[in-house]
Design a protein around this ligand. Structure first.
Ligand code: PEP
Ligand code: MN
Length: 271
C-alpha cells in the first residue's frame, strides 16, 4: 500500500508538552535505571544541563537473555521517585501490555522500542490505554522497517485512540560496521512530509559510540527533527547497558551550546 495514496495522516496532538512549536526537545538520561544512586546522579546531570525530560529503562529489551534485563517494577519506582523529586518528566519503555497501567502511573511518556515497532497487540494496547490522557508515546523505528511501516505502526496507536505520538529515528541495519546502526536522516524528513507527527532522533543507539553523538545531533536539527533522545550516564564506563554510547557529564552540558547555532538557524529553541 502506498501511504500517500491511502491517505494516512496520523493525527498528532502532542498537547502533553513533550513537543511544542518552536522548541527543539532534548530527552536525556541513562539507558537503564540501575539503582537509586545511579539514576539520581544521572538524572541530576540532565536537570543540571537544563533539560526537562529524563529517560531510563526499567524493562529492557536485551538481545541476550543473559544480559541485565532492567529492574522492572523496582526500576519504575526509582524512576518516578527521582524524576518527580527533581521536577523532571520521564520516558520509559514498555515491553508488555500487562505493564502499561503501572508504567503510566510512574512515567509521562511511554517508549515503544525498535524491537517492538511491529508488535501490533502492544501498539493497540498502548493506544487505547493512553486515549484521553496526557501521556505521550515515543515510537522508535524498527531497524529493518521502512518509513511506511513505521508510520502505519504509529497509525495503530492513533487508530486505537492514542494521541501525542512522537516518531523516533534510531538507525537502521545496513552493511556498514563502523557504527552500530546507520542513522537515516532522510527518514526524518520523509516522515515529516508524510505525516503531521513530530519526529525526534536517537543518535546514541544509531551510532553506538559517544564520539558521534554530538555531530549527529547537530545534523538532526538541520534535518528538521523536532528533538533528540540521547543516552547519558554519570559514570559511562560503569554503565550496565550501552556504556560505549553514553555521554558523560561534560558532553551533556556542552550539547546545548553545540546545538544552539543550528537550532537558531532552524528557528528553534533547545529545551
Ligand atoms: C533504548 O532506547 O534504550 C532502546 C532499547 O532503543 P531501541 O529500541 O531504539 O534499540
Ligand atoms: Mn540503550
Amino acid at each position: 500500500m502506498d501511504i500517500i495514496e491511502s491517505g494516512v495522516k496520523t493525527g498528532a496532538k502532542s498537547g502533553n508538552g513533550l513537543i511544542r512549536p518552536g522548541a527543539f526537545r532534548v530527552i536525556a538520561g541513562p539507558c537503564t535505571v540501575e539503582s537509586h544512586k545511579q539514576f539520581e546522579a544521572s538524572a541530576k546531570m540532565v536537570q543540571g544541563a537544563g533539560y526537562e525530560y529524563v529517560r531510563g529503562g526499567a524493562f529492557k529489551p536485551r538481545t541476550s537473555p543473559y544480559s541485565f534485563q532492567g529492574l522492572g517494577k523496582e526500576g519504575l519506582k526509582i524512576l518516578s521517585e527521582v524524576s518527580r523529586s527533581l521536577g523532571l518528566k520521564s520516558v520509559t519503555e514498555v515491553l508488555d501490555p500487562a505493564d502499561i497501567g503501572l508504567i503510566m502511573e510512574h512515567a509521562e511518556v511511554l517508549q515503544i522500542g525498535a524491537r517492538n515497532m511491529a508488535n501490533f497487540a502492544l501498539l493497540k494496547a498502548v493506544g487505547s490505554a493512553i486515549a484521553g490522557s496526557d501521556h505521550g508515546v515515543v515510537l522508535k523505528r524498527g531497524f529493518a522497517a521502512t518509513v511506511e511501516e513505521w508510520i502505519l505502526a504509529a497509525e495503530y496507536i492513533t487508530a486505537a485512540g492514542g494521541e501525542n505520538v512522537v516518531l523516533c529515528e534510531r538507525g537502521i541495519r545496513t552493511f556498514e560496521t563502523s557504527t552500530r546502526f546507520t542513522l537515516d536522516l532522510s527518514a526524518v524528513i520523509v516522515a515529516k512530509r508524510l505525516t503531521d507527527l513530530p519526529v525526534i532522533v536517537d543518535p546514541s543507539h544509531a551510532a553506538g559510540r559517544r564520539d558521534l553523538v554530538v555531530p549527529l545531533s547537530k545534523a538532526s536539527v538541520a534535518a528538521e527533527a523536532d528533538g533528540l533522545m540521547v543516552e547519558s550516564h554519570h559514570e559511562p564506563q560503569a554503565a550496565l547497558c550501552d556504556a560505549e554510547q553514553a555521554l558523560p557529564v561534560e558532553a551533556l552540558m556542552g550539547l546545548r551550546e553545540s546545538l544552539r547555532p543550528f537550532a537558531e538557524a532552524m528557528g528553534r529553541e533547545v529545551v
